[in-house]
Design a protein around this ligand. Structure first.
Ligand code: HEC
Ligand code: HEC
Length: 244
């Protein structure tokens, strides 16, 4: 009997609690950080870092056609961990790596806080809450997983409709299909660092190429109305970056 399914579920709960308590910042310091981050996002830096919004969109909504990921409403902890991974080369990427290296640690934290505070794109209500059959491969994997393979449903960690569960589990809804697929392939091929408790390499290893295409298309279809400034995610963030 394979216990990895149970272990993955336990890991979800443990991580959500332990990481949540680590990232509390005083309000005034946070406001300064957010405005410094906004400057970097809009203008880049004097050291030659390009404006983030040029690729990630004016509202951090991403660019579906180009496959550039959405950053708006992702947790600051997640964003800043990824920027550090680009900077130290553990997450290799020819576009992001050189820019992340040119940012200081505090600039990375600032720009992460800024994008985290932007409202999530308006998301369509997830399909798949109703009747799904195994032939709807993407919806099935996303909402049911595959018990015989000990593959948990994506929703168990990424939340209903893939809205994300801050701070550890990033949203999938509203991410470009090409981006989701490339990340899953990178984990299968060992090209993206394993991340918290190496959960995603295990998940990705159980997906065929056809599964990856189907689930990426499913989540890209769930996110619509990108760019509309309506925050509907469960991350507890609003336009001014306040927290409940
Ligand atoms: C020239 C286009 C371009 C610019 C400019 C750019 N990015 Fe990116 N960014 C990308 C691409 C492409 C990826 C996907 C990399 C991959 O596949 O691993 C990415 C990925 C990311 C990720 C990982 C997102 C995730 O969900 O894991 C973060 C964080 C990020 N960028 C932040 C920034 C910040 C902050 C800036 C500005 C300082 C910036 N980017 C500027 C193209 C760009
Ligand atoms: C057991 C928990 C768990 C399950 C189940 C899970 N994920 Fe994840 N996923 C994670 C974690 C944790 C991360 C963050 C990885 C990191 O920080 O590097 C992540 C990140 C991702 C990312 C990267 C997002 C980004 O912004 O770069 C993609 C894509 C992804 N998961 C897709 C999926 C898909 C598709 C499924 C279902 C087949 C799935 N995940 C199921 C835990 C899970």
């Amino acid at each position: 009997m394979d216990h990895s399914f149970i272990n993955l579920q336990r890991a979800c709960a443990t991580l959500a609690v332990s990481v949540a308590s680590t990232f509390a910042v005083a309000p005034a310091a946070q406001a300064n950080e957010v405005s410094a981050g906004q400057g970097i996002a809009a203008h880049g830096t004097a050291q030659g870092v390009a404006a983030c919004i040029g690729c990630h969109g004016a509202k951090g909504e991403g660019n579906a056609a180009a496959g550039f990921p959405r950053l708006a409403g992702l947790s600051a902890a997640y964003l800043s961990t990824q920027l550090t991974a680009f900077a130290d080369g553990t997450r290799p990427n020819p576009i992001m790596q050189p820019m992340a290296k040119l940012l200081t640690a505090s600039e990375r934290a600032a720009v992460a806080s800024y994008f985290a505070g932007l409202p999530s794109p308006a998301l369509a209500k997830a399909s798949g809450s109703g009747y799904v059959t195994p032939s709807d491969v993407g919806a099935w994997i996303a909402t049911r997983g595959r018990w015989d393979q000990a593959l948990p449903a994506c929703v168990q960690c990424h939340g209903p409709g893939g809205i994300g569960v801050a701070p550890t589990f990033p949203p999938l809804a509203g991410q470009p299909a090409a981006y989701i697929a490339s990340q899953l392939h990178d984990w299968k091929d060992g090209k993206r660092p394993p991340g918290p408790m190496a959960l995603m390499p295990v998940v990705a290893s159980k997906l065929s190429d056809a599964d990856i295409t189907a689930v990426a298309d499913y989540y890209a279809g769930v996110g619509v109305g990108v760019g509309v400034a309506v925050g509907v995610n469960g991350a507890g963030k609003s336009a001014n970056g306040s927290k409940p």
